[in-house]
Design a protein around this ligand. Structure first.
Ligand SMILES: *[C@@H]1O[C@H](CO)[C@@H](O)[C@H](O)[C@H]1NC(C)=O
Ligand SMILES: *[C@@H]1O[C@H](CO)[C@@H](O)[C@H](O)[C@H]1NC(C)=O
Ligand SMILES: *[C@@H]1O[C@H](CO)[C@@H](O)[C@H](O)[C@H]1NC(C)=O
Ligand SMILES: *[C@@H]1O[C@H](CO)[C@@H](O)[C@H](O)[C@H]1NC(C)=O
Ligand SMILES: *[C@@H]1O[C@H](CO)[C@@H](O)[C@H](O)[C@H]1NC(C)=O
Length: 306
């Protein structure tokens, strides 16, 4: 009997651990989203309204994995084309099939330069591909030739830390890839907002995103950004959690994601900050979740063995 109960408990434990590890918390995705205004990337380069982060994006360059949003990498680490994986998603995304295999995404790798230096919202396009799909293991794979094959970052020396942003954007069935107004390996000084708008509704929300920082040499006057304000994160997390997620009603309506999360992040990224660019990122690791899963499992096990 005891043995049977223990087996049952172990089964329950396994189920629990799996369910927990598949879910991104709303706090986690809100933290990712709030990093963009905090780092002064939105609204300078992209409108905040584009963002409705619903999954955790893991970016790897060959063997080098980005651990956390805002991480600093060096040039040697980013020479290999990045691979993208949606490691966890929110319950709403799961319910709305946001990352299901039949969905398509446009994925962009963009240099948004140094915080506080604005070139009229223009970016350098280092990589751009349409028709990405999420596989069973969460990997994003392009199903057509990339419009702009990856060109490794190469920021000017002593310019300060450049923010290289990775955006995973919903791509609807009516999407037709807009013309690119440039030739060459990197699209220099391009308006990515124009690209988005030229898709005429074929692109939706940025549902997963990340950024890394790369600095060559050292800037005389380093730019400073602060970590996201905890209050902004918790209020956005509450909005996301409360948003109604509508399952896709038919094939034509593929937007899928919750419509209610009209994110209104604080644009200041305020916070008492020893914010030094390096510390601008907030950890969104899964450790607390894992700990919670562990505690829950232990509690259940304890209860069943009583
Ligand atoms: C994920 O699956 C794809 C095929 O769909 C495969 O190419 C890739 O190596 C897998 N990645 C991992 C990390 O297992
Ligand atoms: C994905 O993009 C790469 C780089 O442009 C290209 O070599 C590859 O053929 C693309 N895959 C498909 C299925 O088109
Ligand atoms: C891009 O913009 C920067 C800043 O305005 C300027 O210095 C540079 O010459 C521009 N590059 C090209 C190729 O237009
Ligand atoms: C394309 O589809 C999206 C999502 O269904 C819709 O919002 C948008 O208006 C459509 N665009 C056009 C030009 O039909
Ligand atoms: C995936 O991203 C999360 C959050 O940034 C991070 O905690 C985790 O270490 C990453 N995992 C991998 C395999 O890169």
């Amino acid at each position: 009997m005891t043995f049977a109960r223990a087996s049952l408990a172990l089964l329950a434990l396994a189920g629990l651990a799996r369910a927990q590890s598949d879910d991104a918390s709303y706090e986690q995705v809100a933290t990712i989203q709030e990093n963009f205004p905090a780092a002064l990337i939105t609204p300078t380069y992209f409108p905040d309204s584009w963002f409705d982060i619903q999954g955790v994006l893991n970016v790897s360059f060959g063997g080098v994995s980005v651990g956390n949003i805002g991480d600093r990498l060096n040039l040697d680490q980013v020479q290999t084309s990045p691979t993208y994986r949606i490691s966890t998603e929110t319950k709403h995304a799961d319910d709305a099939d946001t990352f299901d295999g039949e969905r398509r995404f446009t994925v962009a790798f963009l240099d948004t330069f140094v915080a506080g230096k604005d070139f009229g919202g223009k970016v350098n396009i280092h990589g751009l591909g349409n028709d990405y799909a999420v596989g069973d293991n969460g990997s994003l794979t392009n199903r057509s030739i990339n419009a702009v094959p990856y060109a490794a970052p190469n920021p000017p020396a002593n310019d300060g830390p450049h923010r290289y942003v990775q955006l995973v954007i919903q791509q609807f069935p009516n999407f037709t890839a807009p013309e690119l107004g440039f030739t060459g390996a990197v699209g220099v000084n391009q308006s990515f907002v124009d690209y988005y708008n030229n898709a005429k509704g074929g692109l939706g929300k940025v549902v997963a995103a990340n950024y890394i920082q790369i600095e060559v040499g050292q800037a005389a006057a380093p730019a400073t950004t602060a970590a996201p304000a905890p209050s902004a994160v918790s209020s956005l997390a509450a909005q996301k959690s409360a948003a109604v997620s509508l399952p896709p009603s038919n094939e034509a309506s593929t937007s899928g994601t919750s419509s209610g999360s009209s994110a209104k992040p604080s644009s200041t990224g305020a916070g008492s900050g020893s914010g030094s660019g390096t510390s601008g990122a907030m950890s969104v690791g899964a450790a607390p979740l894992a700990a919670m899963a562990g505690m829950g499992a232990a509690a259940i096990l304890g209860a069943l063995l009583l």
